[in-house]
Write a protein that binds this ligand. Sequence first.
Ligand SMILES: Nc1nc2c(ncn2[C@@H]2O[C@H](COP(=O)(O)OP(=O)(O)OP(=O)(O)O)[C@@H](O)[C@H]2O)c(=O)[nH]1
Ligand SMILES: [Mg+2]
Length: 227
Amino acid sequence: MGSQPRLVEVRKNVLKQNDLAARALREEFRAAGVFVVSLVSSPGSGKTAFLERTLTELRQNYRVAALVGDLATENDAIRLARSQAPVKQITTGTLCHLEAAMVQGALEGWHLNQLDFLFVENVGNLVCPSSYDLGENLRLVLISVTEGEDKPLKYPTIFNSADVAVVTKMDLAPAVEFDWDSAYGNIQAVRPGMRVLKISAKTGDGMQEYLSYLMARLDELRAAAAI
Ligand SMILES: Nc1nc2c(ncn2[C@@H]2O[C@H](COP(=O)(O)OP(=O)(O)OP(=O)(O)O)[C@@H](O)[C@H]2O)c(=O)[nH]1
Ligand SMILES: [Mg+2]
């Protein structure tokens, strides 16, 4: 009982520190003119598969790079590097989310002003990453068709911390009898008006709409910077 307020205090301080680091990062990203996209989801929703495809396709016309967080292994960085884009793995040890300071550290030696898009794949977790701002311009929350349509209702915070929802593995939808109306309705119940994209990293379906959206957002960023 007596120790509880102290724990709350510590957590508040950590979060505040992260907000300061995230603010500094956001300013760095703005000054460099790079558009930063982060991806959050439960483990295995398809972040890396989606990101590998994103990097491969965008790389033809844009300068792209990625950071990827996991508790352990370089596996995802190795997969993403197949796109030929610069990639760095962040291993968090026991931590279930990335923090702004980790992103800052991983960017050392990279010239942000030589990039159009920077992607940050967070640790697979539907809870912890929601409270940690990484200074990104756009946060995507992924939900795969195999997870169950009710996930937005059970994990509302992560949907509230994100800007756009991406329903992944659409190629598997018939096999798991995925109910699109129910999933869409649940996302809208938690976050009214949220944009929801459908994609399959396996077949490429839905990638064009998503990539066009990213390109339009980069154009907006550049137009605002030119004013
Ligand atoms: N059929 C199908 N399988 C997919 C798709 N996207 C990913 N997968 C598979 O789903 C599994 C998990 O995909 P990952 O890309 O590793 O998922 P992740 O979210 O990065 O996982 P963590 O980083 O561990 O949280 C792999 O076996 C992928 O091949 C898809 O669009 N369709
Ligand atoms: Mg991954």
